[in-house]
Write a new protein. Structure first.
Length: 277
């Protein structure tokens, strides 16, 4: 993916916010790769209703776009990916009001259900709801400035968007308990050591690494990329026997696809495959 092309810009505002001038989510698309930027740097990209609504709408749109194979999610500015939820927004809610919020589809679910690979490029603070947003992505890349944490215990609360469930599946129950119970920062080196992030880069190199990785993925068929993602998610959410059965069915789906036929033909003919989608 080349730097500097003219990208199409996409910002979706929920009806309640149609008159707002602030663009809290930006989208650029080129070479099969979508870059989604949370653009609220003055608030450390904290998640409020507008950001969550726009992110959900953007990823829902990208799911059906034939020109997008892979997505990259990152935060604007030099201080934070996402410093957490906007606490002031929910501080005045009653328990019943918060329960009603939970009845609606949330951005974390939109990301987790997104059929295409999502790479999260992280710098600076990645805390609370920000860490939960990263956990809902598929691959996490952090630069040396990244600092992670689930600080809900400091507020007398617990994580409510994957900060116990997805975190435990990623780093194990012991590490998830330690992070959730202590409410301490986890620096970039430790995050990489325990498996919270898959790649660690030098300062400010996280986005370049994400673009390089996305470019390697975008060479392949979108159908196959999505089948790999479905198969690995099945491994995380089912017993081994069920997962192996699902893997066989997904392999057969790939085998019957045009991408599968082309890939096998290209191998036999000793040429590079020409995937059409």
């Amino acid at each position: 993916m080349q730097d500097g092309p003219t990208f199409d810009r996409y910002v979706v505002l929920r009806k309640a916010h149609q008159t707002m001038n602030r663009k809290t989510v930006q989208l650029s698309v080129a070479d099969g790769i979508a870059e989604v930027t949370i653009n609220r740097p003055d608030k450390l990209n904290a998640l409020n209703e507008t950001v969550r609504g726009e992110l959900t709408a953007v990823f829902d749109d990208l799911a059906s776009r034939a020109d997008v194979k892979v997505a990259i999610l990152h935060g604007a500015g030099d201080k934070a990916f996402v410093a957490g939820a906007d606490v002031a927004e929910f501080a005045a809610r009653t328990p019943d009001e918060q329960r009603e919020v939970y009845r609606h589809r949330r951005v974390y679910d939109a990301l987790a259900e997104f059929p295409k690979p999502v790479i999260c490029a992280i710098h600076g603070f990645c805390l609370g709801g920000g860490n939960e947003l990263a956990l809902a992505c598929d691959i996490r890349i952090a630069d040396a400035t990244a600092r992670f944490g689930q600080f809900e215990i400091r507020l007398g609360l617990i994580p409510g968007a994957g900060g116990t469930q997805r975190l435990a599946r990623l780093v194990g129950p012991g590490q998830a308990l330690r992070i959730g119970l202590c409410g301490d920062f986890v620096d970039a080196d430790e995050a990489h050591r325990i498996g919270l992030v898959e790649f660690l880069t030098e300062e400010s190199e996280h986005l370049a690494k994400a673009r390089e990785l996305a470019g390697r993925m975008a060479r392949w068929s979108s159908v196959t990329l999505q089948l790999v993602k479905r198969a690995v998610r099945e491994a995380c959410e089912s017993h081994l026997a069920d997962g192996l059965e699902a893997e066989k069915e997904l392999f057969l789906e790939a085998f019957a696809s045009e991408a599968g036929r082309e890939g096998v033909r290209a191998f036999v003919e000793k040429r590079r495959p020409r995937f059409r989608e």
